[in-house]
Design a binder for this molecule. Structure first.
Ligand SMILES: O=C[C@H](O)COP(=O)(O)O
Length: 333
């Protein structure tokens, strides 16, 4: 089950503090981010493609399917969402397969802030351990004044959100105003703190489909981690290009290098357009090969997805019965 906010060890906190000079001002931050090694796009794409060809079968496949289910942030982010739809999504998150109680629960239900209270209530019975994640900061565009974004975050946290999925200001990032983006993430992180001193987990969404280059994705990753992101996330699911294996690989390498540099472990969440078990398993192979088993848990890796769960359930049943279920076996989203 997902745990609460990871505590940074004293040593890690000191090492992170020792990097404070790189965020001291705009020039220092720019120098640091532009000093990161450039991404070899050809090599990156080849690596992602090679990892995607690994064949995972039988027991390993069954394990991977259940692991993938347990890592899903089961998402509904539509203007037409209703409390009823959110409640049924919660029921589905608790018992993904009503005919087979051995199917694991999902990691979280991801909704707009105004649906947090409904989701919390619906998850009370039997769903303990499933988090509620709220998108915030003027999702998906990120276009609002900072006080509005902070209020958006505080409202969701006050309603009981366990996790906040914020979007960065891509306009600021692309025009090189890195310190503004850094400060915004820091302030949203502060807004995640509850009255009792605990805090909602902060996921920072880059909208990689709008960041233009892999180098920018690497820079955004470091920027967010330096500002205190608990997770870094590719996409909102609302633009033409969402999560892809190569872009996710950039995030995986960034969290690996960040932990090597400062000792702080950060999670990764590809989101948007991940719909098949085959794709989900490719991502898990990539996590395992790049980061090892320590990240192979819902505490450190998530899938942001609205329909992936159905395909995983169909594959799961195929493995246990030898045949695909009929179209009515899984609920239609
Ligand atoms: O964060 C999750 C995404 O919004 C879901 O995207 P999807 O509907 O393409 O799975």
């Amino acid at each position: 089950m997902p745990t609460t906010v990871p505590a940074y060890g004293k040593e890690a906190a000191e090492r992170l503090a020792s990097m404070a000079d790189v965020t001291a001002d705009d020039r220092a931050l720019r120098r640091f981010l532009h000093g990161l090694p450039g991404v070899d796009a050809v090599g990156l794409q080849a690596r992602a493609a090679t990892l995607g060809t690994r064949s995972i079968k039988t027991t390993a496949k069954a394990y991977a399917i259940d692991l993938a289910i347990s890592m899903i942030d089961l998402t509904t982010l539509e203007g037409a969402d209703t409390p009823g739809k959110v409640r049924s999504l919660c029921v589905k998150g608790i018992h993904p397969d009503p005919t087979d109680r051995t199917a694991p629960q999902v990691a979280a239900i991801c909704v707009y802030g105004d649906m947090v209270a409904t989701a919390k209530e619906a998850l009370k019975g039997g769903g303990s351990g499933i988090h509620v994640a709220a998108v915030a900061t003027a999702f998906p565009s990120g276009r609002a004044a900072l006080p509005v974004k902070l209020a958006d975050t505080r409202d969701a946290v006050a309603a009981g959100a366990d996790e906040i999925d914020m979007v960065i200001d891509r306009g600021a990032f692309l025009s090189g105003r890195y310190l503004d983006v850094f400060e915004e993430i820091r302030q949203v992180k502060d807004a995640c703190v509850r009255e009792d001193g605990t805090a909602a987990h902060l996921k920072v969404i880059f909208e990689t489909g709008e960041l233009q280059t892999y180098d920018n994705v690497r820079r955004a990753s470091w920027l967010a981690m330096l500002a205190g992101a608990d997770f870094i996330k590719t996409s909102t699911g609302k633009v033409a290009v969402n999560a892809t294996p190569p872009v996710t690989l950039v995030l995986l390498e960034a969290v690996r290098d960040f932990r090597a540099a400062v000792g702080v472990q950060v999670g990764v969440k590809p989101a948007g357009g991940i719909r098949t078990s085959k794709d989900a398993i490719k991502y898990l192979v990539m996590v395992n090969e790049t980061l090892g088993g320590e990240w192979l848990s819902p505490d450190w890796f998530r899938f942001g997805a609205s329909s992936l769960l159905n395909d995983l359930l169909m594959q799961r049943q195929k493995l246990s019965t030898g045949r695909y279920s009929g179209p009515d076996y899984v609920t239609v989203d």
